[in-house]
Design a protein around this ligand. Structure first.
Ligand code: NDP
Length: 285
């Protein structure tokens, strides 16, 4: 039976470290890291995520500002807000909750956020830095996965790593981070042939496809480490990952549950990134 990777415990320890450092820095600077979260429209899932980010900021002692804009907000109004926040010294990190309503240009908004305040690490400058392995911020979800692997002393060097999914926010940066740690990385997507066979080669399998229970036990090598990034809402309202947890746990050596695995790590990394942004902007790092 696989050992459960407990994202709640690991994320609590990451947030505690951030809170301690934040309190120390406050003593010497009299300043707190500030995070601005922009949300446009009233998507219920986005509202939950934004609320969780706000709570995490309170917990670690950050200043948090929420900008809840109506669904009919124009591109110009949104760009003006981003510009204002880029120039606000109290704000060290800016994030715009995605997805945006269809009439808005997400790419333009991401590119308008100053790379120094881009705590989601979505800006092309930060993506480029991740590619060359010289970065200030790591994208929150993949960095959270790396933190989990490190916490459980799961070695990556020389391991066969298979990442299911090639999105810009999860799959691609996830692959890059595993590569930086000397994993041998294969990226799979919807056109991959013999997907089950490729998955079965993995010592470390990361699923980020967005399809409930996509990874079944027959796709998993005995004693593989299985990381489930997926968050899927079932008809009964419950959350479910991309992995068939019930059956895969009998094959894997380690597995993340959903909820309580990767999800909490995403917010913990966001807090870490905001602290890093604060330190850089105040020349403390
Ligand atoms: P995307 O929809 O952007 O990407 C999904 C990827 O899966 C694509 O690369 C797609 O391939 C691939 N894919 C889809 N169907 C198949 C298939 N049948 N076989 C093989 N590959 C397939 O999703 P995200 O990366 O944004 O998110 C993935 C999951 O992770 C979602 O459930 C999301 O909710 C969750 N998530 C969780 C977070 C957390 O904090 N835990 C944070 C972010 C996301 P192709 O490129 O060919 O279309």
């Amino acid at each position: 039976m696989a050992k459960i990777i407990d994202g709640k415990t690991v994320s609590a320890s990451v947030k505690q470290k951030v809170a301690d450092e934040c309190a120390e820095l406050f003593k010497t600077t009299g300043k707190k890291p500030g995070l601005a979260v922009i949300i446009v429209g009233d998507d219920p899932a986005s509202k939950v995520y934004v609320n969780n980010k706000k709570k995490a900021c309170e917990l670690v002692g950050f200043l948090s500002k929420e900008y809840a804009l109506p669904a009919q907000t124009t591109q110009q109004e949104l760009m003006e807000l981003v510009e204002k926040l880029n120039n606000d010294d109290e704000i060290n990190g800016i994030l715009c909750q995605l997805p945006l309503p269809k009439h808005l240009d997400e790419k333009a908004v991401i590119e308008a956020i100053s790379p120094k305040k881009d705590v989601d690490a979505f800006h092309a400058v930060n993506v480029g830095k991740i590619m060359i392995g010289d970065y200030d911020f790591l994208p929150c979800t993949p960095a959270g996965v790396m933190e989990l692997l490190a916490y459980y002393n799961i070695d990556i060097e020389g391991k066969e790593c298979v990442v299911l999914g090639r999105s810009n926010i999860v799959g691609k940066p996830m692959s890059m981070l595993l590569l930086h740690k000397n994993g041998t990385v294969t990226i799979c997507h919807s056109r991959t042939k013999n997907l089950a066979e490729v998955c079965k080669r993995a010592d470390i399998l990361v699923a980020a496809v967005g399809i409930a229970k996509f990874v079944t036990a027959d796709m998993v090598k005995e004693n593989a480490v299985v990381i489930d990034v997926g968050i899927n809402r079932m008809d009964n309202g419950k959350l479910c990952g991309d992995v068939d947890f019930e059956n895969v746990q009998n094959v894997a050596s380690y597995i993340t549950p959903v909820p309580g695995g990767v999800g909490p790590m995403t917010i913990a990394t966001l807090m870490k990134n905001t602290l890093t942004a604060f330190k850089i902007q105040n020349k403390l790092a």
